[in-house]
Design a protein around this ligand. Structure first.
Ligand SMILES: C[S@@+](CC[C@H](N)C(=O)[O-])C[C@H]1O[C@@H](n2cnc3c(N)ncnc32)[C@H](O)[C@@H]1O
Length: 510
């Protein structure tokens, strides 16, 4: 397969492998609602953040929407959008690789872009996601008036490139809109309700499709040259006697087959997304202004309705949605209002100044964007994280100087799939880390029991088990214990309901 070549390609292809896994550290002050809501706002470089999510969310994300810097050579208020061309490719390639690993089998990825890098991005995505998984290019009408200062053309649109994880992917249909319904009418007061006149002819040869039929006024009709009736004469007569054929207001027009509004399904998505349906750049600027009247407005937000359309086509309530170039937080806000679980990653300070406050407002019932059309009333929560220490060396072994609390937080995340409430700050005094969903978790590491000798406190024995049980207090359920070695027999482990896992081998790095 032809591929795109650039100077540092060989090194860039390894970037996703060599970046370290870091811990996610929760910031309680910026989080909203109960800890471990499942929605995550992460501040940090998305290469590292995506890598850190990989052990827990590999293959679980249903829909990824990203709106990376377009490389427009602009310095926006909140981020710089002028990388050298091959630096942009180097930035995108490893991130796309990680995003692909996070996608669920039935998942899809949607990437906003324009002409600066769009065609290079298509070639990169063909390579990473496979040409057979290309879904389509959406044209979003972003401008609502021409820019007369344009050097050549005033650009009216952005692209959204869509790829699926597997080629069998199917979009969900869109709910019917009033505009789509308004073309149906009921000139003959048909009790089945409004209908559209459907073409009775087809181009495909049909053995029973060549006949002449006489209408109510005695006029006869036959298919035009080279075409056929799409149903037999017998079937047409049946439909006519049931009132499902339209012969025009005077009964003298060629017959049409009525297509009833009540019988048509939801709408198949189309590739042209017009501003009167999903809003334009002006819409998103207004959304920003009403969200942040006093802040420096974020320069390049997307309208909520654009992201809503992506999520309507590519996800269902409860699905996990990811945006790793979160900007002002639009994808997270829309996913939240639509009942999806979400992860948003943004490296700029606006993760704190824009994303977190915007999402807090959403949870409080903010009424801008798509809120009114959804009847959004507020609710839910999210956790704010920053990237902490690397947990593993690049070869996947536990970093030599890693402390108890850091490893405990990592193990907690890996066993429960939710970060620990205090991001590790709560660990360090006890080998018992806590209970989650009825199961306990303990770690014997770094001499937590005061004995750093080989075969000492890091080994599971009757004595250390008794100490873990004592530390667990009232908790009497099954416990998974991580330690350097185990000296208990299978029968004892079974009777005590202990699952033993060995550090470092059973600590998941990937
Ligand atoms: C075009 S904006 C996204 C706008 C967003 N769709 C919205 O509606 O607000 C691109 C964002 O990606 C962020 N970004 C760029 N490189 C990044 C990286 N390596 N990791 C995380 N965020 C990054 C920028 O700071 C910027 O906020």
């Amino acid at each position: 397969m032809p591929i795109l070549q650039w100077m540092t390609r060989d090194r860039d292809l390894k970037a996703a492998d060599t970046v370290p896994y870091r811990l996610l550290e929760r910031d309680a002050a910026l989080s909203v609602g109960e800890a471990a809501s499942g929605n995550m706002l992460i501040q940090g470089d998305n290469l590292e953040a995506l890598k850190s999510l990989l052990p827990y969310y590999r293959g679980q994300v249903k829909c990824i929407y990203i709106d990376p810097p377009y490389n427009t050579r602009s310095a926006f208020e909140h981020y710089d959008d002028s990388l050298e061309h091959s630096e942009w490719l180097a930035m995108m390639y490893p991130r796309l690789e990680l995003l692909r690993e996070l996608l669920a089998e039935g998942g899809s990825i949607w990437v906003s872009i324009d002409d600066n890098e769009g065609h290079y991005l298509k070639v990169l995505m063909d390579e990473v996601f496979g040409r057979a998984n290309f879904i389509d290019t959406i044209i979003w009408e972003k401008a609502d008036s021409p820019r007369n200062s344009a050097r050549q053309f005033s650009s009216d649109h952005d692209f959204i490139l869509a790829y699926s994880r597997q080629s069998a992917w199917q979009p969900f249909r869109l709910p019917r809109t009033e505009a789509a319904n308004s073309i149906y009418s009921n000139p003959d007061d048909d009790p089945r309700g409004p209908w559209l006149p459907g073409d009775p002819f087809a181009n495909k040869p049909y053995s029973k499709g060549l006949y002449t039929i006489v209408g109510p006024t005695g006029r006869s009709f036959k298919p035009p040259e080279g075409r056929y009736w799409r149903i037999s004469e017998e079937r047409l007569r049946e439909l006519d006697s049931d009132g499902r054929v339209w012969w025009g207001p005077n009964g003298s027009a060629r017959p049409s087959l009525k297509r009833y509004l009540a019988e048509v399904s939801d709408l198949v998505p189309r590739t042209l997304w017009k501003r009167d349906e999903v809003g334009s750049n002006r819409t998103s600027k207004n959304e920003m202004r009403s969200l942040f009247p006093d802040e420096a407005s974020f320069d390049t937000p997307k309208p909520e309705a654009v992201i809503q359309r992506v999520l309507q086509v590519a996800s269902r309530p409860g699905d996990l949605v990811l945006d790793s170039f979160l900007g002002s937080g639009t994808t997270a806000a829309v996913a939240h209002k639509m009942g999806r679980r979400w992860i948003g990653i943004e490296m700029g300070d606006h993760a704190v100044t824009h994303c977190a406050p915007r999402l807090r407002k959403v949870i409080e019932g903010e009424q801008g964007g798509i809120s009114k059309t959804l009847g959004w009333q507020g609710g839910g929560g999210f956790d704010f994280y920053r990237l902490g220490d690397p947990v593993f060396d690049t070869d996947g072994t536990i970093a030599a100087d890693i402390g108890f609390a850091t490893l405990a937080a990592h193990i907690w995340f890996s066993e429960t799939e939710v970060p620990s409430p205090a991001g590790g700050a709560e660990f360090g005094a006890s080998p018992f880390l806590g209970a989650y969903d009825g199961a306990g978790l303990a770690l014997l590491y770094n001499g937590i029991l005061g004995d750093k000798r080989v075969s000492g406190g890091n080994v599971l024995t009757r004595t250390t088990l008794a100490m873990v049980r004592a530390a667990a207090g009232d908790f009497a359920g099954p416990i998974t214990i991580y330690g350097e070695a185990n000296r208990l027999g299978a029968d004892t482990l079974k009777a005590e309901r202990i699952t033993f896992k060995q550090t470092p081998y059973d600590v998941r790095a990937r």
